[in-house]
Design a protein around this ligand. Structure first.
Ligand SMILES: *[C@@H]1O[C@H](CO)[C@@H](O)[C@H](O)[C@H]1NC(C)=O
Ligand SMILES: *[C@@H]1O[C@H](CO)[C@@H](O)[C@H](O)[C@H]1NC(C)=O
Ligand SMILES: *[C@@H]1O[C@H](CO)[C@@H](O)[C@H](O)[C@H]1NC(C)=O
Length: 537
């Protein structure tokens, strides 16, 4: 009998608690709105605030900030309140968009509940209002970043944005090199072994810097250099900085190109007067060859968050081979640079029917098999024990060298593709980093791979957002139940706002992204034990 009474009492207590927690919140619609507004304000004050950065600057590339969206400063409060009361929008469904017509848009469209607005020219006059349910935009352009008001007209509390400022620090060749050099200089002040893995950028001379420019011309004027070129082929390539990608702006310094460079810089005499971002870089002339051709492979990675820094790298890769067989002495550019843009020209010129023959396989497993067959390696786990750690380590160092430029905010993220080459002695070098990498649908198989890639990215984005949503919602309930204000909870808010996966939102095992940086973890653990504690900046 007493047991029954106890059970009934417990039941009543629990249901009261449930009623209290839920009805209370509906009664407190106004308070919820106020707290959400205050949280957005806190984020804009303490975290990323685009107006602070972009209101008076034209430096940012305008073509990356086109927008067709009618921005309205009441958007975030509408959107966040809507999501607060409709948890399924975040916890169960996916609401994403893409504003340009490309394969990514098709993929995004197939998994999202949002109908992509018609942005055809005749429809451009009609601006579109952002959908309230939007959670994880997959935009091509930076418009929300540059043109909106953070936490008011876009980039709200319950959204994960796919761009961040400072991605140029990785994607522009000149910035990448500046950052790399500064990073190496810092490592030189640390224990000597700290530099042992930071060797993935070939020796480079920044010709816009007087010292390095003069040093370069001094080298190419020596007899030793001339002899080397005769014996071993070209020793340097030149690259243009800024946003020049896919093989454009790269020259192999054969005789003609060297002559031109000497003429342009009056053999070094006007070093320091030419501010063009030209890089002279040691040419790596011992590439690993596939059927006589040089190859490159692209590894995708995402900065999933900058508060704290979290980075994932993709386990699948796109391998390309150069159009013409490799020969150190060949003056055919397509023998040295294996790039889509160059390939296209070559294909058009020779009317090859299919570009696809230059894409070898989607997976690096193929290279491992090849190396095993060639008896260059013995370890059947070479890929996982050697190559992937090396690739991940290079990406980690690249990010370490640029992280000081990142705004720290858990709603920012970015998607990159980095091109590597493999040498005959199995070293790797970074060729370039691309932000917003193009996904091309050349063959049906590629479409399937790209679809998986985009789905995997969205899964990561949404998992972090879901985790944050749960934490923030708990905090809001707590503030309401204590009849308190956000002011007393700023510390807790900052903790809840930090990106971290809750146990119920782990990334699925089929997802091909692997975490390579997570600053929720300590010391070397944050880098999968690939960087020693004493070497972490
Ligand atoms: C912004 O949206 C609100 C609510 O939908 C609307 O009342 C207001 O007129 C809009 N403001 C502008 C400037 O369009
Ligand atoms: C713009 O929107 C209005 C109202 O929704 C619609 O009547 C009109 O046809 C649209 N214009 C174009 C060019 O689509
Ligand atoms: C260099 O990388 C290896 C793994 O590839 C790692 O074990 C080693 O600790 C790294 N060295 C430093 C200085 O971080």
């Amino acid at each position: 009998m007493t047991q029954q009474i106890l059970l009934v009492t417990l039941f009543i207590l629990f249901s009261q608690r449930w009623l209290f927690q839920n009805i209370l919140i509906y009664n407190q619609y106004e308070q919820v709105t106020i707290i959400l507004k205050q949280m957005n304000q806190l984020v804009t004050t303490d975290f990323y605030n685009n107006k602070k950065y972009f209101s008076n600057t034209k430096k940012f590339r305008l073509e990356l900030s086109k927008y067709y969206i009618d921005l309205n400063d009441t958007y975030c409060i509408q959107s966040d309140t809507f999501k607060f009361y409709h948890p399924d929008i975040i916890l169960k469904d996916i609401y994403t968009t893409r504003e340009i017509k490309d394969q990514t848009q098709e993929i995004v469209q197939s998994i999202s509940f949002i109908k992509i607005p018609d942005f055809s020219p005749e429809n451009l006059k009609n601006k579109t209002i952002l959908p309230k349910a939007l959670t994880t935009p997959f935009n091509y352009y930076d418009s929300y970043l540059t043109k909106s008001n953070t936490g008011l007209s876009a980039m709200c509390l319950f959204q994960k944005h796919n761009h961040m400022r400072a991605r140029q620090q990785l994607a522009y060749k000149n910035e990448l090199l500046n950052n790399y050099h500064a990073y190496v200089d810092k490592l030189k002040t640390m224990p000597e072994f700290c530099l042992q893995n930071v060797t993935f950028i070939p020796k480079s001379y920044r010709l816009w810097l007087k010292d390095e420019c003069q040093a370069f011309f001094k080298i190419i004027n020596t007899n030793k250099y001339q002899k080397k070129v005769k014996k071993y082929g070209p020793q340097f390539i030149s690259k243009l900085g800024l946003e020049v990608h896919r093989g454009a702006g790269i020259s192999i310094l054969f005789q003609k190109e060297t002559k031109q460079l000497i003429q342009d810089y009056q053999n070094g005499q006007i070093c320091g007067e030419i501010s063009n971002y030209v890089i002279a870089q040691k040419y790596i002339n011992n590439p690993f060859l596939f059927k006589g051709h040089k190859i490159e492979f692209r590894i995708y990675f995402i900065i999933a968050s900058t508060y704290p820094l979290i980075v994932y790298a993709y386990d699948s890769s796109l391998i390309r081979r150069c159009a013409t067989p490799f020969n150190k002495f060949s003056i055919e550019k397509s023998s040295h640079v294996c790039n889509t843009a160059i390939l296209k020209k070559k294909i058009e010129a020779e009317q090859m029917e299919n570009e696809e023959q230059y894409y070898i396989d989607w997976n690096l497993d193929y290279i491992q098999e090849l190396l095993l067959k060639q008896k260059k390696i013995k370890n059947k786990n070479w890929l996982n024990n050697y190559l992937y750690p090396k690739i991940h380590n290079a990406i980690q160092h690249l990010i370490m060298s640029t992280q000081q430029f990142f705004d720290k905010d858990s709603k920012l993220s970015e998607f990159f593709g980095v091109d590597f080459m493999l040498t005959d002695d199995l070293q790797i070098y970074v060729l370039e980093v691309n932000s917003n990498p193009q996904l091309l649908k050349t063959i049906p198989y590629r479409v399937i791979q790209n679809t998986k890639l985009v789905n995997d990215i969205i899964e990561i984005q949404i998992s972090y957002l879901r985790s944050k949503y749960i934490r923030l919602k708990l905090l809001i309930k707590k503030i309401l139940s204590r009849k308190s204000t956000i002011k007393k909870f700023t510390k807790e808010f900052k903790e809840a706002y930090k990106d971290k996966l809750e146990p119920q939102f782990q990334i699925s095992s089929q997802n091909l992204f692997r975490k390579i940086i997570d600053k929720n973890l300590k010391d070397s653990k944050a880098y999968n034990d690939l960087i020693q504690k004493q070497c972490i900046l």
